[in-house]
Design a protein around this ligand. Structure first.
Ligand SMILES: [Zn+2]
Length: 522
């Protein structure tokens, strides 16, 4: 096991399993903890309500957000969002997603900086997606098939049914159970090293979906593909990959296989769904695009591959037989070499690889590839990122695609470059408008705090820091910063912006009432 994985799993475990060591016993052998303490439980004999489930989901992802392996990479986030929103729209249009559930649940995908192949549905409409899984997909349809399958678990209330079976548990213990099961699924070795592993795995089994649920998620997910604009054969391509990994018995790096056993029934169901005469196999799906190849390459670099792997990948364009490789493969390898070199602080190597990638795309034999706007956008963002990392802010600003102030990756990169160039004030307005429209964007709030600080607007910076915590459900930390803002406003007296000061008062009260609610339902 790579050390980063261990550290990560341990961090989650140590936080989550403190409660779990008690919780696990209570679950398996002792009367429910709630019966002993008189604390409220999630269920009252009926099915777990969607509001209670959402609150449980918020509780769980609050921990995941704090995890060092949680990653908000604007480029990958943007791409995954595109797929995810298409699937949600198809589910709405086909009556799979009720207005009530649509409103109550978060419908949010969290990316994990982890090279293992995994994806999972969490309570409250949250999905976890490891970059390792993104990195092994060959087409957007394959990636969409995984999202469609996990989305269907949520739509069919499979998560709710599993939780309802545990309804005698308090939300605190249930949250710890889910986190513990997640940590154990990522790294059974680390879990066992912490002794509680056996219990954690036991819990994981209790929280696993049944085989019938898996088949149902395949069926519903498959049905969402075409209406969402994806080739349903993406499911077949992904199944092929899972089968290959299964044959290699590569269980450690494919936790997705453990939680989603590829049973003969699932495979038979899938083949029965493919219309007769359709070619079977990954290559039969919609053609792989340059855009997806670059996105998957990015995911592989950001998934914590380790310095040795990175160096090996960076050297690939120098290997023999390089020129005879297909365009997609060479493009992906050059993207990896460019981004990987940048991460290893080799600006010259990064620039050289990015330049070769430009040339390759420009001269691609397929005109659809050479002129694809999505690919060109990725190249522009890559150049900007490399220049920013090299400390060349002006070059970064130049590399950003023109007229691009609406996209999130462009907005965040541009603001960072302006900060580096000591021109923060030029980026303030666009960012302010963005957070007004996207108040849950913690990364944008954090950046706004840096921009305000650079402009000497301390009170506004403190408020933005508080909002970043609030967006990640850390109400205690948010209240702390809002209080600091109040103190600052009092000390500064007349010099303070009264609108800012009154917003801070209102927001502090809101945080305090949320904290009281949380305390009441432990
Ligand atoms: Zn599943």
């Amino acid at each position: 096991m790579p050390p980063l994985l261990c550290r990560k799993a341990k961090a989650v475990l140590q936080r989550a399993l403190l409660a779990l060591t008690v919780g696990a016993c209570a679950l398996a052998w002792a009367p429910p903890a709630s019966a002993q303490t008189g604390l409220p439980t999630l269920g009252d004999g009926s099915e777990l309500g969607s509001s209670a489930e959402r609150r449980l989901g918020d509780r769980i992802i609050r921990e995941l957000y704090r995890d060092p392996d949680y990653i908000d990479d604007p480029v990958l986030e943007d791409y995954v969002q595109g797929l995810w929103q298409s699937l949600l729209a198809a589910a709405r249009a086909h009556g799979e997603l009720s207005a009530e559930l649509d409103e109550r649940f978060a419908w949010e995908v969290l990316l994990g900086r982890d090279r293992s192949v995994n994806a999972f549905a969490l309570p409250g409409g949250y999905l976890g997606l490891h970059l390792g899984l993104v990195g092994v997909t060959s087409t957007r349809d394959e990636l969409a098939s995984v999202l469609a399958h996990e989305l269907s678990h949520v739509l069919q209330r499979h998560v709710s049914r599993l939780l309802t079976a545990q309804k005698k548990q308090t939300p605190l213990l249930l949250g710890a159970m889910v986190l513990g099961a997640l940590a154990a699924s990522k790294n059974p070795d680390a879990a066992q090293a912490l002794v509680v592993g056996g219990q954690a795995l036991l819990l994981q089994n209790q929280l696993n979906f049944s085989r019938d649920m898996e088949r149902e998620a395949d069926r519903i997910g498959y049905g969402l593909m075409a209406p969402a604009g994806f080739a349903p054969q993406g499911f077949v391509g992904m199944f092929d990959k899972l089968q290959q990994a299964n044959r290699l018995n590569d269980n450690g790096s494919w936790p997705y296989l453990r939680s989603h056993p590829l049973t003969t029934e699932r495979i038979a169901d899938m083949h029965a769904r493919i219309p007769p005469g359709t070619a079977i196999g990954a290559t039969a799906a919609a053609p792989a695009t340059l855009e997806h190849a670059l996105v998957a390459a990015r995911a592989r670099v950001l998934a914590n591959p380790g310095v040795d792997s990175l160096r090996q990948w960076i050297a690939e364009p120098q290997s023999s037989g390089w020129a005879s490789q297909p365009v997609l493969r060479r493009a992906a390898a050059l993207y990896v070499a460019a981004l990987g070199s940048s991460q290893l602080r080799d600006a010259a190597g990064a620039r050289a690889a990015a330049k070769k990638l430009d040339d390759l795309v420009r001269n691609a034999p397929d005109a659809r590839q050479s002129s694809d706007p999505a690919t060109r956008r990725l190249l522009g963002l890559l150049h900007a990122e490399i220049e920013l990392a090299a400390g060349a802010a002006d070059a970064a600003l130049q590399a950003l695609p023109a007229g691009s102030d609406t996209g999130r990756p462009e907005l965040l990169l541009r603001t960072r470059a302006l900060l580096q160039a000591r021109r923060a004030s030029e980026g303030a307005q666009a960012l302010q408008t963005w957070v007004a429209n996207h108040p849950k964007d913690a990364t944008a709030w954090q950046l706004l705090a840096a921009v305000a600080q650079a402009q000497g607007q301390t009170l506004r910076a403190v408020r933005a820091e508080a909002e970043a915590h609030a967006a990640r459900y850390d109400y205690a930390a948010a209240a702390d910063r809002f209080k600091a803002g109040q103190d600052l406003a009092r000390r500064s007296g007349a010099a303070v912006d009264h609108i800012d000061a009154s917003i801070i008062d209102t927001r502090l009260h809101a945080m305090e009432s949320l904290l009281r609610e949380q305390a009441a339902e432990r």
